[in-house]
Design a binder for this molecule. Structure first.
Ligand code: KG4
Ligand code: ZN
Length: 364
């Protein structure tokens, strides 16, 4: 095997069209040579959520150009890469078909191997690209479509310790924002309003706090927000700020409890790991208040808190390229060209399916 490996990555599972070229040296260090992301935020904002049909069409329109741009920025041609990695699930099926078919076509035309990548594996392995993290570690993925606590043992070796039984955390932020008349996407708007609010004004529920299982639930919280808002309607600016602050506080306390238990479980399972780490990924990881909570929690438990840069926490193709490189580097077989996209594809195939673990559509 050559000392330097280079991969082209493609990501189209939700509302970001992305292409990236990443290299990996013999010591396992990664370098992002290019990372191009085109967000479809504007196309979807009028609908208050991602519309699958619009997303798929937007991917078709943009992907060719983005791939070309990623190759040019990396100063390489298709013949220079060792493989092609494309997200093949989980996600919105229309977008997945666009990205995977493009990956297959490029692989066929260039004679390069294809890696069909699980989007969640991309998130799970990013901290090895950015921080050179060694296995095992814990990963909290909090995005618009997922809320999962995952034990990352090795490449292709994942154990899901917790997931949401209803809404994803980003979805709860988005729905709360919609309810309060704040713009989409709701997360940043709720965080901004919360900064001026009183977190103690409303006593909102903290679902599953105290339970030993490590799952999450956010739909009750959303209902409680609706009830609180209805009770004091019409809402003034300060009311909205107070509800947002109370909501964020309840989320923060919930994460504190759930993740705290996860860290303890990790410690008990891996007493020999001297430098344990918790990694966050997903759009919600941008939230400074929640990051602060997790940072303090990690310090208290003697864990390193790893938060990759925002562009690599949200959906991107560098993480897909990197997951492909990790697979290639450990000698995993590439996928056959008849590999199919999968809208549902759990990272941990042994974990039972719980309600609400998939990606949202426009009406969610
Ligand atoms: O990972 P991501 O960019 O896209 C997917 O879900 O695929 O995550 C988007 C989610 C949205 O629900 C958005 O409201 C949430 O992340 N988000 C935030 C913040 N920024 C984005 N949630 C809370 N606080 C934020 N600052
Ligand atoms: Zn994602």
């Amino acid at each position: 095997m050559r000392s330097n490996l280079v991969i082209l990555g493609i990501e189209t599972s939700c509302d970001e069209t992305a292409a990236s070229v990443v290299a990996r040296d013999a010591e396992g260090r990664g370098t992002i040579l290019s990372n191009v992301v085109l967000s479809q935020l504007e196309e979807h904002s009028a609908y208050g959520g991602v519309v699958p049909e619009i997303a798929a069409r937007a991917h078709v329109e943009a992907l060719d150009t983005l791939i070309e741009q990623a190759l040019v920025e990396a100063d390489c041609r298709l013949k220079d890469v060792d493989a092609i990695a494309a997200t093949s699930g989980p996600g919105l099926i229309g977008g997945l078909i666009v990205g995977l078919m493009t990956g297959k076509a490029l692989a066929l035309a260039s004679g390069k191997p294809l890696y069909a990548i699980n989007h969640l594996e991309g998130h799970a392995l990013t901290a090895r690209l950015t921080d050179g993290l060694g296995f095992p570690y814990l990963m909290l993925l909090v995005s618009g479509g997922h809320t999962q606590l995952v034990l990352v043992r090795g490449v292709g070796d994942y154990e899901r310790w917790g997931t949401t039984i209803d809404d994803a955390l980003g979805e709860a932020f988005d729905k709360t924002a919609k309810l309060l008349g704040l713009p989409y996407p709701g997360g940043p708007a709720v965080e901004k309003a919360a900064a001026k609010g009183n977190p103690g004004r409303f006593n909102l529920p903290r679902p599953l706090v105290g339970e030993t299982r490590l799952d999450f639930s956010f739909s009750g919280l959303k209902t409680a927000v609706r009830q609180a808002a209805t009770a004091i309607a019409p809402l003034g600016e300060q009311d909205v700020a107070d509800i947002c602050a109370s909501f964020q506080h309840a989320v923060s306390r919930t994460l504190n409890d759930r993740i705290g238990r996860g860290l303890q479980r990790f410690r008990a399972l891996f007493p020999e790991v001297s430098d344990p780490a918790l990694v966050v990924a997903g759009g919600v990881a941008a939230n400074k208040a929640l990051r602060g909570t997790l940072d303090v929690l990690c310090t208290r438990h003697g864990f390193r808190f790893v938060a990759p840069p925002h562009v690599l926490c949200t959906d991107n193709a560098a993480m897909i390229a990197w997951a492909g490189l990790e697979r290639l580097a450990v000698g995993m077989e590439p996928d056959a060209l008849d590999v199919q996209p999968r809208s549902r594809w759990p990272l941990d195939s042994k974990a039972e399916t719980l309600v609400g673990h998939g990606r949202r559509g426009a009406k969610a």
